[in-house]
Design a protein around this ligand. Sequence first.
Ligand code: TRP
Length: 443
Amino acid sequence: MSERETWATRAGFILAAVGSAVGLGNIWQFPFKTAQFGGSSFLLVYLVAVLGIGLPAILAEFVIGRKAKLNTIDAFEELGYRNWRIVGVLGLATGFWILSYYSVVGGWVLRYIAGSVTGAYFADPAAYFGQISMGVDALALHAVFMALVIGIVALGIEDGIEKATKLMVPSIIVILIALAVWAFTLPGASEGYTYFLSPNFGALAANFGEIVPFAVGQAFFSLSLGMGAMITYASYIDGDESLFGDSLTIVVLNTFVGVLAGLVVLPLLFAQGIDPNTSGAGAVFVSVATAFAELPAGNALGFFFFVVVLIAALSSAISLLEVVVSWAVDNTSYSRPVIATGLGGVIFALGIPSAWDTAWLTWFDTLAYQLLLPTSVLGILIFVGWVYGRPALAELLKGSTANEGLGLTWLWTARTVVIAGVLGTLLLGFQTLFVDGAIVPPF
Ligand code: TRP
């Protein structure tokens, strides 16, 4: 076997991980849910979830990956626990599953970039979404998006993912800041800020039972946890650096981009008098497109906005494909480009139902969110906390100036609070799946 690839620089690793984390979750989900669930008072709950549950969990994945320096399945065997490979297998399967529909949404975004330039959605944004989101159109763009993802992953860690994300992550931040400044100048923008950020403890208290699991689930999804993406990225780390420091940077940047997206979208909608309280897979596309259609420089602004969304989606999608590609690169003698194309092709095929009908997309997403992700996060945490234990602590402290006490706090938080949080989320998911019947496929 040829020598395993590594990141060229520490910043390269951090940016790739941020690129994985910052995605559709930050730009679509996060601003709207924050506004709906109590603004800055929800932000507080989310920060607690991210720091108390997301941070320990991301550290757990980093520890496994950096120690084993192998893909998410073989890593468990390398650490001496062959049977725990099942957790890696689940992660790999989840990767196939999520990327299949994530790529369909990526295809919609491609379509909206073109539509901004030509003004195709300006006349009737709702009808436009209906047209492009399902059927042959959606399928074709799903293929294009998947081809872009395959192209980057085929180039490898240093020349593909690292180079791409080094360019992508700063671009996301710069363009979003520029758009946020522009949104600030819109008449009526202040109502958007009020809606987005003013504390609303009433809304928070009234929906607490729904909000807490959402905050935890969002922390996991947004930080790309639970399917070995962070295990895989950490496996390419060369040398020892402070995993505490790296994780904190990643978590902070990820939250920052979510807030920034809110500072663009909500003033925009309020300035145009559009109700942000919409639901459904396409509602956000429609409401944002409506705002651009009514603005003087709508073509250019829509173009930049959807370009940001595309970059964010791409840099996340490559991490999803890399999880499965990494496994095949470690275990077969095929070249990386052949593997990326083959596996990408299989994932494309799995996405065909979602491209054909958004009811399938919603079903895939619900199962991923409520069942697959929490189950594999739970597996990873039980493994690191209770099975691997002490050696995990030693690995965490390598390259770090943190003392043993901080490490022990991490280990015990992971063992108790974090596992309890995931279990709670999983149980609430069962309610949706089995009682409300979401598990039934939409045939
Ligand atoms: N974090 C990404 C987002 O917010 C999605 C994502 C990429 C992901 N890789 C993942 C989610 C791995 C779970 C697991 O859009």
